[in-house]
Structures are given as structure tokens and as C-alpha cells.
Design a protein around this ligand. Structure first.
Ligand SMILES: Cc1ncc(COP(=O)(O)O)c(C=O)c1O
Length: 419
């Protein structure tokens, strides 16, 4: 198989789905369901492919913690040389616990509080991606009060449509993110004169689950043009940060490869004399995880369709309810028989609690296991405890073995905060 094609780490071994050779049924019988299962090798493979594809330019990969911030996943990525992209002080603290140094952490986010800015400045993170002139004022004030200069980038809103779901399109003028591109150059001139600020980069993140490379290429060109203009103004940047956004193949349509992504963005940046920084999340961990759930009921629906009720739904995996997102669902050990239409639904009294609508599935019975694919990103991190449902455990498969990397939350954990 050519190096550029994604390798699947979830394959059938004698008809039973396994993660890198470890049967999902064996994990579920010990860890219970629902349970998240991640392949360490899949994460390593995705990171190495992206890193290798970007060799044509000095680059730094800062993994976006929001996609999956389990300590085990973070330690794995750190060991490969990744930096971190944090979107809250909570993510900064988790990154530090995972062993990232402050200088490995970029701090993004549209609504950073005063406390968060104080912590980021005091730690001396690699860069704070500022979202507005007002935020630059606040960073400047915090830094001067600490007697330091904060390293800042300005998040640019390039008004580029990523052609993704509108809830995850963040580079359009009407969205709340960043500074309109035509205002950025004068803002940098102002920043360069501030005692508390050192301008080091420009940043953009136009959206997530991007399947067409043209918007990413145009963003790279827009930021490169800006970096050149700033150089003419005497402001030499260290890096151009393109954010994350690369999509994955949730449905069968092929996603852009790491090599195609690099070909779309590297040429614009390569000769600028700056580092290309990126903040990928989904592409590194999404395909590396499945959510394993158990069938708790099967009942007849309209027009010959079955409702397959799972012990897992929008509390564990919010994406289908939030964005009508598609996740492939397959029985772990299919029973013989004809496939028939079904809706895989969750256990909550919410009509949006549907894991997969209008699917075809082989016969399923109460107690059977199903795997929900591509659940490694924005799965566990978006989970909630709605209906007092404890958070699902997480398992990492590595080197032919598996281990629990987060235990299942208990009701005692849930009420422990209440006074
Ligand atoms: C600022 C920022 N950087 C990086 C990412 C990661 O994006 P993705 O998971 O699509 O690569 C996000 C996600 O929305 C983000 O908001």
C-alpha cells in the first residue's frame, strides 16, 4: 500500500473487529461499554505521515488538544516531537501534566479570560494567538505588570470559506474569530511599539473537517502575503500558523492526504524564512479511535426499519446530534443473515440522539456490540454527563496489548463536587 494512503488499524480477525489485532469484544468484556478504544500505532502513523509530508519547509506541528486531550494520547504525541495547541487554561494545565514545556504550547481561543492570560503570560507560552485589538491591550497590560514581554501572534480572519459544516467554519467575515485581514497590518505596527508585546507570528484557523485543499492553500497565500508586507514594515515574524482543519474520510469519500495538504500549503510559505506552524487535531486522532457500544434493544420502526437502541449516544459522541455528522457503524461480530435498514439510536429522550440514521445492518440482537468509527477526535472531549451518565472509559491499544488510560466515571465521582 502506498505510504500516502491511510492504513486502517481496525480490521476483522476471523470476522470479529479488532484494534491492531486486539478483539474489541475482549476489551468490552473487561472494560464494559460504552468504551473508547484508540490505536497508538494509528496516532503515530498519522503524525509521522504529516511530519514527513512537511519536510519541504521548516515546520512545527502543534497538536490541538481540543480533539482529544487524554494524557496518554498527549504523551504519545509529545514523544513524537509534537507541540501543543491549547484553547483554555485547562488545556494548558493538561498539556503541562503530559510533559509539554510552556515553550511547546500555543494558546488560542476567542474568549480568553484575564486569569487565563495572566497564567499564559506568567508561564511564558510559545505564543498567544490574539483574537482582537482589545485582547492585545489586555495581554500587553498583563505582561507589563509581570515585567515581561509576551510573545503574540494575531489571528487573522481571511474571509475564506472552508466549504465545511457552517458550525465549524471559522474564517468567514461573519464569524466571531480573528481580526479582518485588512486591519492586521496597521495593528502589527501598533503591537511592535508596545513594551509588553513581541510580535512573532500570524495565525489563521478557517475551520475544521476541510475536505477541499483550495481554501487552505488560499489561506497560506494570504498569510504569506501578509508576512511579506510586515517584513517591509520592519516586522520579522518567526512563524506563520495555518491552524488545523484537515478533514478525514468519515464517509467513504477520500480525504486529502498529508502529501496533498503539504503540496497545497508549503509552496506559499517555503521561501519566507519563517517556520510553518500547524495545529492539526482531527487528522491525527480521529481515525485512531472507535466507540464500542452494546445493543440494549431492537424494535420495529416505520416502513420496515428497525431501531437499534445502543447504550451510547449523544452523551458519549455528540457530533451526530450537533452537526448531523456521519460516523460509520458496524457490528463487532456480525451475525449471518440479510442486511436490513435501521437507525442506530442512543438511550436519551432526545430525538437528536441518533448515532447513525438510515443504515443497513446485518441482524443485531440485544447484547451485541457495535463499533462507531472515526470517534478518536471530538468524541471523549465533547462528552457530557447529561442524564447522570458517567463518562465512558478510554483504552489505548499498543504493541498487541491494551490498557485502560481513563477509568469509567462513577456516580460517586459525579456527585463528589456537590456541597
Ligand atoms: C484554533 C484552532 N486550532 C486548531 C484546531 C484543530 O482543528 P482540526 O481538529 O480540524 O484539525 C481548532 C479546532 O477547531 C481550532 O479552533
Amino acid at each position: 500500500m502506498p505510504e500516502s494512503l491511510p492504513v486502517t488499524h481496525f480490521r476483522r480477525v476471523q470476522s470479529t473487529l479488532a484494534c491492531d489485532g486486539v478483539p474489541l469484544s475482549a476489551i468490552a468484556s473487561q472494560a464494559g461499554t460504552p468504551v473508547y478504544v484508540y490505536s497508538a500505532e494509528a496516532i503515530r502513523g498519522a503524525y509521522r505521515r504529516l511530519d514527513a509530508a512537511l519536510q519541504g519547509a521548516p515546520h512545527a506541528i502543534h497538536y490541538a488538544l481540543k480533539a482529544n486531550s487524554s494524557l496518554a494520547v498527549l504523551r504519545l504525541l509529545r514523544a513524537l516531537g509534537s507541540g501543543a495547541d491549547a484553547n483554555s487554561v485547562g488545556e494548558i494545565d493538561v498539556a503541562l501534566r503530559a510533559g509539554f514545556a510552556p515553550a511547546d504550547i500555543v494558546f488560542s481561543g476567542v474568549g480568553k479570560t484575564g486569569d487565563e492570560l495572566e497564567r499564559a503570560v506568567a508561564l511564558g507560552v510559545k505564543v498567544i494567538n490574539a483574537e482582537s485589538p482589545g485582547e492585545l491591550d489586555r495581554i500587553d497590560a498583563v505582561a507589563r505588570a509581570c515585567g515581561v514581554r509576551a510573545r503574540v501572534a494575531i489571528r487573522v480572519n481571511p474571509d475564506i470559506d472552508p466549504h465545511s459544516h457552517r458550525h465549524i467554519s471559522t474564517g468567514l467575515r461573519e464569524s466571531q474569530f480573528g481580526v479582518p485581514i485588512e486591519l492586521v497590518r496597521p495593528l502589527f505596527r501598533d503591537v511592535a511599539g508596545r513594551a509588553g508585546l513581541t510580535p512573532v507570528g500570524v495565525h489563521a484557523h478557517i475551520g475544521s473537517q476541510i475536505m477541499s485543499l483550495d481554501p487552505l492553500g488560499r489561506t497560506a497565500s494570504a498569510l504569506a502575503r501578509l508576512a511579506r508586507e510586515l517584513r517591509d514594515d520592519g516586522i520579522r515574524l518567526e512563524h506563520v500558523d495555518l491552524g488545523g482543519g484537515l478533514g478525514i474520510a468519515y464517509e467513504q469519500a477520500p480525504a486529502p492526504t498529508a502529501e496533498e495538504y503539504a503540496a497545497a500549503v508549503v509552496p506559499a510559505i517555503r521561501d519566507l524564512g519563517v517556520t510553518l506552524l500547524i495545529e492539526p487535531g482531527r487528522v491525527l486522532v480521529g481515525p485512531a479511535g472507535v466507540l464500542v457500544a452494546r445493543v440494549v434493544d431492537v424494535k420495529a420502526g416505520p416502513h420496515g426499519k428497525r431501531f437499534v437502541v445502543l447504550d451510547s449516544g449523544m452523551t458519549e459522541l455528540l457530533r451526530p446530534a450537533l452537526y448531523a455528522a456521519y460516523h460509520r457503524v458496524e457490528p463487532v461480530a456480525p451475525r449471518p443473515g440479510l442486511s436490513a435498514p435501521c437507525d442506530y439510536v442512543g438511550p436519551l429522550c432526545e430525538s437528536s440522539d441518533v448515532v447513525g440514521r438510515d443504515r443497513l445492518a446485518s441482524p443485531l440482537e440485544v447484547g451485541d456490540l457495535v463499533a462507531v468509527f472515526d470517534a478518536g477526535a471530538y468524541g471523549s472531549t465533547m462528552a457530557s454527563t447529561y442524564n447522570r451518565r458517567p463518562l465512558a472509559p478510554e483504552v489505548l491499544v499498543d504493541d498487541g496489548d491494551w490498557r485502560l488510560v481513563r477509568r469509567r466515571q462513577t456516580i460517586a465521582d459525579l456527585v463528589a463536587l456537590e456541597v
